[in-house]
Write a protein that binds this ligand. Structure first.
Ligand code: ZN
Length: 432
């Protein structure tokens, strides 16, 4: 059985007014059901905790475990949730009238999953959903994609047009619709069977990548791609101007609300441009190379902390000192993720190597010294005098290190199999 991977393809929807109203009703109903059931559960759980406490307090139980045995813990399973949803629908008929029952069921399943995580200890207590904050509705079936005409069929809504920005690949499994600051989006989750690793990769195209600040990346073959910062300057200037204007506006006024919305949209546009860029670069690299070598950097996914919400656009981004670093960190994290899954889909190979000293080692003579890098952009070996672009030198070191890593690995394999070592070190069998 091949390994299965899931990927989501996101598109901007172009609904008409009637469709937009329907979507707003759907997401409102789903949020209402979710919050109502959560409130019920919360109450029951609170009662259970209070009963535990009182039994301990009055000496009816001598230990916590004894108390737990005496009290009835609220049962949580799919049936209790489905039953609670049924009751809720009877109590609030508008749920039936304005929403598709499948969507409510999916939402309630989400709540159940959240509780499961909580009881397992892998998640916090489920929170109430607020408007615009990570809520939406999901179709597990019944939708149809019609790519040629750039539209998608959603049950009870009909065909909706969308901005056909990327080809849908794999088999669509479910569809989530969500409202964001600048409109409605659909996210189509698709399933792929991964290809096995290419058994004879084209090693001539193996490439090492050095990530950087001014240059986004430099390849071991000397090619490089500049960072987006220059291109984003005009947009950033606009954002800065708007932020300065907001300071002078009256708090709570309509004017300031409008300005905040505009600011959110600008931030979103910036994020979209960045994301497109990461997709384009990773696609290009994977198309041209079967084997890609990167440094094993400790980059973290920081998207949560840097992202703003509608009410508070980019408030967390204010810490200016760490701003560039965190944005870069986030971009690299995303880039590596994209690179990895795109290579997996192709059957290519991603090799991560130890990043230590890659920028201070001379590719020609192997001499390692801080003094090889007295200037940021230029590498100049103090031993052999070799001079080159610093990033290019580093990328070549990264590529070479992968060769050493593979070589060591192969040598071990061969020792285990008792083969002739000379064959193993034949240059054609070594990647790089
Ligand atoms: Zn040297």
């Amino acid at each position: 059985m091949p390994e299965i991977m899931r990927l989501a393809f996101k598109y901007k929807l172009r609904p008409n007014r009637k469709q937009e109203q329907a979507m707003r009703n759907f997401s409102g109903c789903c949020r209402f059901a979710y919050n109502a059931l959560l409130a019920q559960e919360k109450e029951e759980y609170q009662e259970y905790l209070e009963e535990l406490e009182s039994r301990l307090c009055w000496g009816e139980a001598l230990s916590k475990d004894e108390a737990k045995a005496l009290c009835v813990k609220p049962k949580l399973n799919q049936y209790t949730f489905n039953y609670a949803l049924k009751k809720l629908k009877e109590e609030y008929p508008f749920l039936k009238e304005y929403c598709h029952s499948q969507l409510l069921q999916q939402k309630v399943m989400d709540l159940y999953e959240a509780f499961k995580k909580f009881f397992k200890g892998t998640g916090g207590y489920p929170k109430f959903k607020k408007r615009h904050s990570d809520d939406g509705f999901r179709y597990p079936q019944g939708f149809k994609t019609d790519e040629d005409n750039g539209r998608i069929f959603l049950p009870k809504i009909g065909y909706i047009r969308y901005r056909n920005s990327r080809k849908i690949e794999g088999i669509p499994k479910n569809v989530t619709v969500r409202e964001e600051a600048d409109g409605w989006y659909v996210s189509i989750q698709c399933e792929f069977a991964l290809k096995p690793e290419i058994s004879i990769p084209d090693i001539d195209t193996a490439v090492g990548i050095d990530m950087g600040v001014k240059r986004f990346l430099t390849l071991s073959d000397g090619n490089f791609i500049n960072n987006l910062e220059e291109k984003l300057k005009p947009l950033e200037n606009k954002i800065a101007l708007l932020q300065r204007r907001i300071k002078h506006k009256v708090k709570g006024s309509n004017n300031i609300k409008k300005a905040y919305l505009k600011l959110t949209l600008l931030h979103k546009r910036k994020a979209d441009i960045r994301n497109d860029f990461l997709h384009q670069v990773s696609t290009l690299l994977v198309k041209n190379h079967d084997v890609i070598v990167i440094e094993d950097l400790k980059v973290r996914n920081m998207s949560k902390s840097a992202k703003g919400s509608i009410a508070n656009p980019g408030k967390n981004v204010k810490a200016k000192a760490g701003l560039n670093r965190s944005i870069l960190n986030e971009a690299w994290h995303k880039f590596f993720t994209y690179l990895e899954y795109k290579l997996k889909l192709k059957g290519g190979i991603l090799i991560k190597v130890n990043p230590k000293n890659t920028s201070q080692t001379c590719i020609k003579c192997g001499h390692i010294s801080k003094d090889n890098r007295t200037e940021q952009a230029v590498f100049k070996c103090i031993k052999c005098g070799y001079e080159a672009n610093a990033d290019h030198n580093a990328a070549q070191n990264i590529l070479r290190r992968a060769g050493l890593a593979r070589m060591a690995c192969q040598a071990n394999l061969i020792r285990g199999r008792q083969q002739e070592p000379s064959e193993a070190y034949n240059s054609s069998s070594i990647v790089v």
